[in-house]
Design a protein around this ligand. Structure first.
Ligand SMILES: Cc1cc2nc3c(=O)[nH]c(=O)nc-3n(C[C@H](O)[C@H](O)[C@H](O)COP(=O)(O)OP(=O)(O)OC[C@H]3O[C@@H](n4cnc5c(N)ncnc54)[C@H](O)[C@@H]3O)c2cc1C
Length: 429
């Protein structure tokens, strides 16, 4: 520990903290770091191969090993772990969806979030700072009342707030009755919040690796081998890897993987963008979302404003989006928070989200035996990461859908039992 400053004379300080000494100190304390996970050579065969090293794929691997003792598992990732949507999202976590099936699934995930840091021994910085969904029209407010009522019937926390209550929570927000879309109130979920996205991927990766899961980065799946209606393994750029079960968890690339197995999914892949500002002093506590003005915003632990935009209107696989969408999001932020119009933006980026016609995920088996899909989370899958991994692992291990996953099977597109969540999704799909 350095002594409290001003007890040493400046020249003594210089001697003690001279550049060579500082460098020597830095080197000594940054050598021989333990690897967070191994870098294994791929085996010829695994019991289960998970394609996609995002949060959902890694969580699935972790729960397969931890809850079901299935450790002969490889996670195959073409880039780096968490480099897809997991590392590109705006990290909003909530469970206030409208339909029973989705509320139960997302609320199960929210319960897991609360203890996740301890569960995987990695600080995922889950911060339950509360989530506001603003209402700007009478119809918005009716929808909010309906949704909060439905949430409460499912035991999910929720309140309908007045304009004055919203203003008390977010003093910087423009709640003037003369604004273009006046804030008439909001739904408020106090248990919602944000978490550190990279930490979620790293934490699950380290925990899965410790249980014996092989994490194969920089390895791309380029084909899926199917024989007599059953999956037998995956072709990768390093060669064939045999597997009894293959689980595809590749978000925006799900349609591409499905095509490798001769299947067609009811999924569209589109760019979704986000941006962050320069860091500011704490000024925005809860997460604020507005479907009408169309933006969602929170302040990160290091002070940046984290802002989400809408999806592009066209399909595509480039991890960037079009400028008008971004411009629209920034205009919406300035309308809600005029003070932010002078804040500079530091970075923006895009991810490819996978969108189902009913704005709900697909979790479960496919028509090919042994081939499973977990996809279609659209603009809102980060919040479900622990729950998604848990129920998907259970589905794969027991070769039947977990009860919370059952309503989200591919079969719903044949039976017509869709679970429409367009109204409760963060941004218009
Ligand atoms: C800008 C943006 C903002 C968002 N904001 C939120 C939010 O606030 N809250 C929320 O809940 N959700 C949000 N989402 C959605 C959320 O990020 C995703 O639903 C979630 O992260 C999906 O996780 P995943 O693990 O399924 O996919 P990913 O993290 O995308 O992981 C899939 C992995 O598969 C890999 N892969 C693809 N093809 C292959 C192949 N052939 N071989 C090997 N590997 C392959 C990819 O490289 C990738 O790493 C947002 C998304 C974006 C883009």
């Amino acid at each position: 520990m350095p002594p409290p400053h001003n007890t040493l004379k400046p020249h003594a300080l210089m001697q003690r903290y001279s550049l060579p000494r500082l460098l020597a100190h830095a080197r000594r304390h940054h050598e021989d770091w333990q690897r967070a996970w191994r870098n294994p050579a791929p085996k010829d065969a695994y019991d289960t191969v998970i394609v996609g090293g995002g949060g959902h794929g890694l969580a699935t691997a972790y729960y397969l090993a931890k809850e079901h003792g299935v450790t002969d598992v490889a996670v195959i990732e073409r880039g780096y772990l968490g480099g897809g949507n997991t590392g590109r999202n705006t990290t909003i976590v909530r469970s206030n969806y409208l339909r029973d099936a989705s509320t139960r699934l997302y609320d199960f995930a929210l319960d897991l979030w609360r203890d996740l840091s301890r569960e995987i021994n990695f600080n995922v910085m889950f911060s339950a700072r509360g989530v506001l969904n603003l209402g700007h029209t009478l119809q918005d407010m009716r929808d909010i009342e309906r949704r909060v009522g439905a949430n409460r019937l499912n035991g999910v926390d929720g309140e309908v707030l007045t304009t004055a209550e919203v203003q008390r929570l977010v003093p910087l927000m423009n709640c003037s009755p003369t604004s273009r879309y006046p804030v008439l109130g909001a739904s408020w979920q106090p248990r919602g919040g944000v978490a550190r996205h990279d930490a979620v991927a790293w934490g699950y990766a380290r925990a899965a690796d410790a249980l014996g899961v092989d994490l194969l980065q920089q390895t791309e799946v380029v084909g899926i081998r199917v024989e007599n209606g059953a999956v037998t393994g995956v072709e990768t750029d390093l060669g064939f890897i045999a597997a009894r079960r293959v689980a595809c968890v590749v978000a925006g690339n799900s349609g591409v993987l499905a095509r490798m197995a001769g299947l067609r999914l009811p999924i569209e892949s589109r760019p979704l963008q986000a941006l962050v500002s320069e860091p500011l002093k704490p000024c925005l506590d809860p997460v604020v979302m507005s479907a009408a003005v169309h933006c969602y915003i929170s302040q990160s632990a290091k002070g940046d404003l984290v802002i989400g935009a809408g999806t592009d209107v066209y399909n595509g696989y480039g991890q960037r989006g079009s400028f008008p969408v971004l411009e629209h999001a920034v205009a919406a932020v300035c309308e809600l928070f005029p003070a932010f119009s002078r804040v500079r933006m530091n970075r923006h980026w895009g991810g490819i989200v996978d969108i189902c016609p009913d704005a709900c995920p697909v979790i479960g088996p496919s028509p090919v035996r042994g081939l499973y899909f977990n996809c279609g989370w659209g603009t809102g899958g980060f919040k479900s990461t622990p729950g998604s991994g848990y129920v998907f692992a259970d589905t794969i291990a027991n070769e039947r859908p977990h009860p919370l996953a059952a309503p989200f099977g591919l079969d719903r597109f044949a039976s017509g039992a869709l679970v429409d969540e367009h109204g409760a999704a963060a941004v218009a799909h």
